[in-house]
Design a binder for this molecule. Structure first.
Ligand code: OGA
Ligand code: MN
Length: 300
């Protein structure tokens, strides 16, 4: 039972297999082209009582079997829950617990039971199209496909710190618009119009470089590539700057990969990592229940 876990303490767990240590997430062979020796940099070593600058940006707990109330109770240890943003269908997927989201490709009675389908979910951070995006997310696997559907994370502190000097200079002080109209699977959200000119994209404005208020450490804050636009630049300049920043931030050497097992709980800092998901066989089933924690920070 993990109904009550204090921040930065370990979730009690059953060891599900010999390599199934619950820990700051570890790179798994065969999953990600990223170099193993890069590993300690994207997701620095974990453990209780560490300085905030050394807290892991992503953690994994294997072998859990959480009911929705348990997932809610666990998540509440980290703050107030932030309900899911608008989905393409205009009503909550989890009717009994609308503060949770469902990520799934399963269709029942002609209706999807969750979001994001079975295709690729492109690199993104969650809900950065609002002024105060959620600060953390938890994703719990209930059913997974036999292959595919892996989830990748890239650490944006490392991305910023390794930027070439000219790109650092170009990004400094710039504000970008974060598109609200589509989700990370490219589906149009209910109530939004398709963006045809990124200079008219609707969504929150955030600086390209975020400074962590606790540590002063800087990170790239990119949100999502499609429909993004850097204010004050002409279109080709904005596209070129965004393309260069995204190419740098999402290079395989900075990313790590999580291969799912049923019962995994993954938890990440939404303001300091990007994530993406591989597609998987539409004939297989993938069901995740998900929570997120309200942010308190205007990105600055
Ligand atoms: C999410 C998300 C990817 C996945 O829940 O925000 O992007 O692997 N999920 O399901
Ligand atoms: Mn996401």
């Amino acid at each position: 039972m993990i109904a009550r876990v204090r921040f930065n303490t370990r979730m009690k767990h059953r060891q599900s297999d010999s390599e199934g240590d619950d820990d700051d997430i570890d790179q798994e062979p065969g999953c990600c082209p990223g170099r193993r020796d890069r590993w300690h940099r994207p997701f620095e070593a974990g453990g209780a009582g560490r300085r905030p600058s050394n807290r892991p940006a992503c953690r994994r707990f294997r072998g859990q079997k959480l009911s929705d109330p348990q997932l809610i109770a666990f998540s509440r240890n980290f703050g107030e829950l932030d309900p899911p943003g608008p989905n393409p269908y205009g009503e909550p997927f989890n009717k009994e617990h609308p503060e949770l989201n469902v990520i799934s490709n399963v269709v029942e009675n002609g209706k999807p039971i969750g979001n994001l389908g079975d295709g690729e979910a492109v690199w993104h951070a969650d809900m950065t199209y609002v002024d105060v995006p959620p600060k953390a997310a938890m994703l719990h696997s209930l059913e997974i496909p036999p292959t595919g559907g892996n989830t990748y994370f890239a650490n944006m502190f490392v991305a910023y710190e390794t930027l070439p000097a000219d790109l650092k200079k170009s990004a400094a002080g710039k504000i970008a618009v974060h598109d609200a109209s589509t989700n990370s699977a490219g589906m149009l959200r209910k109530g939004y119009r398709k963006v045809t000119d990124v200079r008219e994209t609707v969504g929150a404005h955030h600086p390209l470089v975020r400074t962590d208020p606790k540590t002063g450490r800087k990170a790239l804050f990119l949100g999502r590539r499609p429909n993004a636009y850097v204010l004050g630049l002409d279109l080709p300049e904005s596209e070129a700057l965004l393309d260069a920043l995204w190419a740098h931030a999402t290079q395989p050497g900075f990313a790590m990969c999580h291969e799912w097992k049923v019962g995994d709980v993954l938890m990440w800092n939404n303001l300091s990592v990007l994530h993406r998901r591989d597609p998987f066989d539409p004939k297989s089933r993938r069901i995740m229940h998900r929570s997120q924690i309200k942010g308190s920070e205007r990105i600055a």
